[in-house]
Design a protein around this ligand. Sequence first.
Ligand code: AKG
Length: 302
Amino acid sequence: MSLTATELVPIPAAPEGHVFRTIDVVRHSGPCGAVISGVNLATELPEETIAEIRRALLDHLVIFFRAQSLSADEQVAFSRRFGPASPVPFVNAIPTHPEVIAVVREASETQRFAFGGIWHSDFSMLPQPPMGSILHALEVPPFGGDTLWANQYLAFENCSPGLQNALRGLSAVHSARDAYAPKMQDVHDMFKGMSVQTSEEANRTQVHPVVRVHGETRREALYVNSQYTIGLDQWWSPEEKLLLDYLYRHATQESFTCRWKWEVGDVAFWDNRCLQHMALGDSSGHRRFMHRTTVAGETPAR
Ligand SMILES: O=C(O)CCC(=O)C(=O)O
């Protein structure tokens, strides 16, 4: 399989309301999530199937595939059907594949905090944060290590009309300073399985709308998260802290979430434009090992 850097033209989604012909889609949780079967992601899938997978992603926000067996090459090839690889700052790629990172928790790690353990949307501090992330489970603990996602369309739709109107006019400041700046080195020292480079670059800031219009569905989603959002543009800190703390709690309430218990071979593909997610660090004594690819996204727009 050739993975040369040719210009990638992502395959558009099947239209809204489409009846699936090449895959089976079964909802997993009320707020978001669906399990897709009838497809082997290691093969070169026809465009129709990729268009249906993208439709399912847009409809369900996070989609799960069971019992897959993807080499790193095959995961990259699948990921690239949805768009070019996103930049992944601070986390080193695996030596053989610049588009793949390893998300690893070693059996010896005892902290109750996992890599990705704070609610976030991947790298929301980038000018063009990733559209999607694809995580493939290669080794899983017998218990624990679940991942949670929270639907940010629901988070926005369940604000009052007055708050919605106010939020539409706001911009938030995002930064990786509390995740990857040198002051966070102690935390990364605990993550024995991760290969992370803390850097002063993490102190950079980026402003995005608090409510973003999804580039494909055109739906409005709340777009702040407690990992990367550090303030509100042109607000003073006591004011922004009150509002942001409220939004973080509101946006991640249980009734907006789905939870996945991993088995070896599972693949989760989620849409960072309308979800937050977090990983649980409750599997001490057992190794958890995943490969992640990350699909490039658009500039968040109002
Ligand atoms: O390990 C997980 O379940 C998710 C890790 C994470 O937060 C990420 O890859 O962005």
